[in-house]
Ligand binder design. Structure first.
Ligand SMILES: Cc1ncc(COP(=O)(O)O)c(C=O)c1O
Ligand SMILES: N[C@@H](CCCC[NH3+])C(=O)O
Length: 445
């Protein structure tokens, strides 16, 4: 008998199933088939906060902020708040010295409520309503990233000099990601096209607005982009545009924001994003292009969201039933597309891990489905789960920190799950579970 077989818990950890790029850094094996997050058994979270439940490991989030700052010490790192926004998370982001990208008055309200410094906020969005623009101006956000000619006019009349502005450019670069989140390619709703000359023209329109001060250009080629070459190409094109602006308008813009979009692995074997390699290649491209156009180096900004929070998150579910179809085994849980619409929106794939007791080592392929009234409501396809999995068992899905809480809905009048943060063995409720009273509160009868 091996040592691993003699000591079951040790056996699991020797087999080492908790991949660090996918699970929070503090995840470990506990006793009797439990898992630990920040030293706390996941079964305890499930008992205390119920299921489904989003867990978020504070130290993983903070470590990712530090990784970015140390890989790119001279670059402004602006966390993309859309990926996961709550006051608690924004406090960590502020404390770690990052800036913040928001894209609505609502996101700004969260930032404002904790006093996130306006000097470190950028305001985005292809549609900014008058309320959005007024909220941005009212809080004094440092930069507004303009996205249409109408917006330039509206902002020009609402703002007081000097309102700093970046222009969002569509550089015509394919990020090779899902088409719903590929924003760098031509002929779409975001930004001003570089190829058509719309970006060049937009610069003239901003310069004509006395209340606006044009400080730079912005692009964001998409999300879950793993090819560094796509970021390099966008960088080259954007610096080419900076050079063209010098010729056409005689201006040298001091800032260049290259957006976010850095991919994360969701399942074992998915490609990882080499942050150091990206940093190195990005800075080389900027230095090379600027020196060939004889441009001064701009102040750079990048806007990672997913890469900061995704692997800090784990969602806990309870199995409600196991059903055998003609060719598939369905494991139905107490959540679904209302807490994670990513599989149905983008065909996203996840891994799933049962915890909380000793399971049979024999597994079978299963489809983990949700509770919603759609056949497409599934959380994970073709995952190996124990043959003795049954009603009442617990499942953990890793890498759910980004675009889960923020994309969640009340479909079928299901309350959204709580968000619980973990640090040094302490759990803290960041966002409470939505109740029936919450669900009824807006319905005036
Ligand atoms: C303007 C902008 N910046 C940053 C991001 C963050 O992207 P990600 O979470 O993929 O890093 C997004 C979303 O894709 C975005 O639209
Ligand atoms: N919601 C997308 C990312 C959108 C990025 C926003 N600009 C996802 O879950 O992958």
């Amino acid at each position: 008998m091996t040592l691993a077989e003699l000591i079951p818990t040790l056996g699991e950890s020797l087999r080492g199933h908790l991949e660090p790029g996918i699970w929070p850094r503090s995840t470990a094996h506990g006793v009797d088939g439990d898992l630990l997050l920040g030293g706390v058994p996941l079964t305890q979270f499930a008992a205390r906060f119920g299921t489904p439940c989003y867990l978020l490991d504070e130290l993983t989030v903070r470590q990712h902020c530090r990784d970015y700052r140390s890989a790119l010490p001279d670059v402004e790192i602006a966390y993309a708040g859309k990926s996961m926004i709550s006051r608690g998370v924004l406090r960590w982001i502020a404390e770690e010295g990052l800036s913040l990208d928001v894209c609505s008055a609502g996101e700004l309200a969260v930032a404002r409520s904790i006093g996130f410094p306006a000097a470190r906020i950028l305001f985005h969005g292809n549609v900014k309503t008058p309320e959005d623009l007024k909220a941005a101006i009212g809080y004094g956000v440092d930069r507004i990233v303009v996205d249409s000619l109408d917006e330039i006019e509206q902002l020009g009349s609402l703002a007081r000099y000097p309102q700093n502005v970046l222009i969002r450019v569509t550089p015509g670069v394919d990020g090779h990601t899902h088409k719903a989140i590929a924003t760098g390619v031509e002929d779409q709703k975001f930004g001003f096209s570089l190829a058509s000359g719309a970006a060049l023209a937009a610069v003239g329109r901003v310069l004509a607005q006395p209340s606006l001060r044009l400080v730079g250009l912005h692009c964001h080629i998409g999300s879950q982009v793993s090819r560094v070459a796509s970021f390099e190409e966008a960088t080259r094109r954007m610096i080419g545009l900076l050079a063209a602006l010098q010729i056409k308008y005689g201006i040298t813009l001091p800032q260049l924001d290259l957006g976010g979009g850095h991919a994360v692995p969701y399942r074992p074997g998915d490609p990882d994003f080499d942050l150091r390699g990206y940093a190195d290649r990005l800075l080389r491209a900027v230095n090379y292009e600027c020196s060939s156009y004889r441009l001064p180096l701009p102040r750079l900004t990048i806007e990672p969201g997913r890469a900061i929070v995704a692997s800090a998150g784990v969602t806990l579910y309870r199995v409600i039933t196991v059903k055998h179809g003609l060719s598939r085994t369905f494991v139905a849980v107490d959540g679904g597309m209302s807490d994670n619409p990513r599989p149905s929106l983008y065909g996203a794939r996840y891994s799933v891990r049962p915890f909380g007791r000793r399971f049979s080592p024999a597994t079978r392929p299963c489809t983990v489905v949700g509770r919603h009234c759609e056949a497409g409501d599934l959380l994970a396809e073709d995952v190996a789960l124990p043959v003795d999995l049954r009603c009442g068992d617990l499942l953990a899905v890793p890498c759910t920190g980004a675009y889960h809480h923020s994309l969640a809905s009340n479909y079928n009048m299901v309350g959204r799950p709580p968000v619980v943060s973990v640090r040094d063995g302490n759990a803290r409720l960041l966002v409470r579970r939505e109740t029936e009273d919450d669900l009824l509160a807006r319905d005036l009868g």
